[in-house]
Structure formats: structure tokens, C-alpha cells
Design a protein around this ligand. Structure first.
Ligand code: GUN
Length: 293
């Protein structure tokens, strides 16, 4: 069993980005600039956004945080989006989700210029991804593709079972892994809450992407020897022995499945740290005009 160390890989990629930023600046280029929009006072969102801004500083990007209260109207958010679309110094931006309930997330997403949509959530980027055209990939799938690539995990001809069909993880993973590409060429089965006899599917899997959001869902009896397990789950379970009263666990029962696996991502320290790296990579791609020219 080999552990896929997402934290170490994310640091390696950040160092690579930092070197590229120095080279860009030395060549007289513009400093990549990411903006984040945070509406309301959801504490988890505030932490995520702070981490994104910090990561920008670490690699030498410029960052801008637009923070507004929960009473901000939809029209005001759309105005913020328009200003960021029109600001030539901003290479990319994200609107942190969830938004307060009175704001239509779909409407806001559609208002973002696809060229600056470094979250990869706009239908233009989703569609381009599905067609195999250059696009910004959403953070978690992009991070997973990086892990498979950098750990030289063979995907071609392999049977991959994705558990969970969300728009931001399961569905894009199923598309990316079936694409004709270096990391790709898998035979993919996309499973979900209506799947009958999930175990019969996972037992056939060479690669499992677990993105269902339920602690210890994937157990040792559900996987075959040598399987590659990418665990996307970040679930809190009560743990009185911890100072904060809980610990984080993935969707896979790590102790059970790890001995049977050839590669596995831990939780925490697996997929999670890679997501911010994806955002930085997308911002760098935008500043270099790699996707849309
Ligand atoms: N909320 C949770 N994850 C994400 C993400 O990847 N992007 C945005 N914009 N909001 C989120």
C-alpha cells in the first residue's frame, strides 16, 4: 500500500507555481491576480476563503477579497461580478458558495465571465470539459487528476467506479476519467443513491473515487486487492478524545481498505490540500491566456 500524500504534492506544486511567477515577473509580465467574493458570515466559508487568499500570497500572486454582509442583495452581487469581469487586472475570481438563500447561485454563476471562471463552474467550462476542449477544471477533480498523474497511476483500460454524481465532483470525474487523454481512457461506472448492489460494482473496480459524503461508507468487503482509492469525503465524527470534540474521516473505512489497496489517499491530507492548488493553477493558466487565448 502506498499513501498518496496530497499535502506534500500540493506543496510541491505551489513551489513550482512560485518559481513560474518569479519568471513571469522577471520577463516583465503581469502578476497573476485572483479575487474571491465572500458574502455573509458562514464561518466555514470564511476559513476556506482565507486559505485561498493565503495560498495566493504564498506563491506570489496578487489577491483581492471582496467581503460583504449577509444582507447584500442579488443585484449587488451581480454588480460585484460585473466589476470583476471588467477589471483587466483580475485574471480570475471565485464567488464562494453557499450564498445567502435570497441570492440565486445559478444566476450569479451564469454572470461570471467564463474566461475568469477559475472555479470551472460556468456551463461554458463544464461543456468544454465534456467536449475535451481546453477549460478550467473544477478544483477537486483537477486535484485528483494531478494526483493520478504525478503518482504515475495507470488509468488506461482500467475500470473506475465513481461513487456520487455531484456536479462538482462525481460527474466531472466520470467525464475526465473516460476522456481520451494521458490520465483517462478508463471504463467508468458512475454510481449514486439509486444504484442497486453497489458492492458488485466496487468489487470490479481498479480505481474507486469515493465522493458520497458518508463516513466509513466504503468498507474492506467492497474492494478487491490492489485497488486505487481516492477518498474525497471530509466527514466530522464525534471524538471526545480530541480537543475540538471531533475528528475528520473520509468516505472509506481507512483501516479496513488500506491494506487491500495499491494506492490510497488519507483524510485529512489527501484530496483536500490539492483543491486550493487547482485554483492557483487555473489562475496561472488564465494569466497566461492558456484556455481562451
Ligand atoms: N464552496 C465549497 N467549495 C467551493 C468551491 O470549490 N468553490 C466555491 N466558489 N465555493 C465553494
Amino acid at each position: 500500500m502506498k499513501l498518496i500524500d496530497g499535502k506534500a504534492l500540493a506543496n510541491t506544486i505551489k513551489e513550482e507555481i512560485a518559481i513560474e511567477v518569479v519568471a513571469l515577473k522577471e520577463a516583465g509580465g503581469k502578476t497573476p491576480h485572483l479575487a474571491a467574493v465572500l458574502i455573509g458570515d458562514d464561518p466555514a466559508s470564511a476559513v476556506y476563503v482565507r486559505n485561498k487568499v493565503r495560498a495566493c500570497e504564498k506563491v506570489g500572486f496578487k489577491s483581492t477579497l471582496v467581503r460583504k454582509g449577509a444582507e447584500t442583495t442579488e443585484a449587488e452581487v451581480l454588480e460585484i461580478v460585473k466589476n470583476l469581469n471588467d477589471d483587466p487586472d483580475i485574471d480570475g475570481f471565485i464567488v464562494q458558495l453557499p450564498l445567502p438563500k435570497h441570492i440565486d447561485e445559478e444566476k450569479v454563476n451564469l454572470a461570471i465571465d467564463p474566461k475568469k471562471d477559475v472555479d470551472g463552474f460556468h456551463p461554458m467550462n463544464v461543456g468544454r470539459m465534456a467536449l475535451g476542449l481546453p477549460s478550467y477544471l473544477p478544483a477537486t477533480p483537477f486535484g485528483i487528476m494531478q494526483m493520478l498523474d504525478r503518482y504515475d497511476i495507470e488509468t488506461s483500460g482500467k475500470h473506475c467506479v465513481v461513487i456520487g454524481r455531484s456536479n462538482i465532483v462525481g460527474t466531472p470525474m466520470s467525464i475526465l476519467l473516460s476522456r481520451k487523454a494521458k490520465v483517462g481512457n478508463c471504463t467508468v461506472t458512475l454510481t449514486h443513491s439509486r444504484t442497486k448492489n453497489l458492492k458488485s460494482e466496487t468489487l470490479r473496480a481498479d480505481i474507486i473515487i469515493a465522493a458520497i459524503g458518508r463516513p466509513d461508507y466504503l468498507t474492506a468487503d467492497m474492494v478487491k486487492e490492489g485497488v486505487v482509492i481516492i477518498d474525497v469525503g471530509i466527514n466530522r465524527v464525534d471524538d471526545a478524545s480530541r480537543k475540538r470534540g471531533y475528528r475528520l474521516v473520509g468516505d472509506a473505512n481507512f483501516e479496513g481498505v488500506a491494506p487491500k489497496s495499491s494506492f490510497i489517499t488519507p483524510v485529512p491530507g489527501g484530496v483536500g490540500p490539492m483543491t486550493i492548488t487547482s485554483l492557483l493553477m487555473n489562475t496561472l493558466k488564465s494569466s497566461r491566456k492558456e484556455i481562451y487565448g
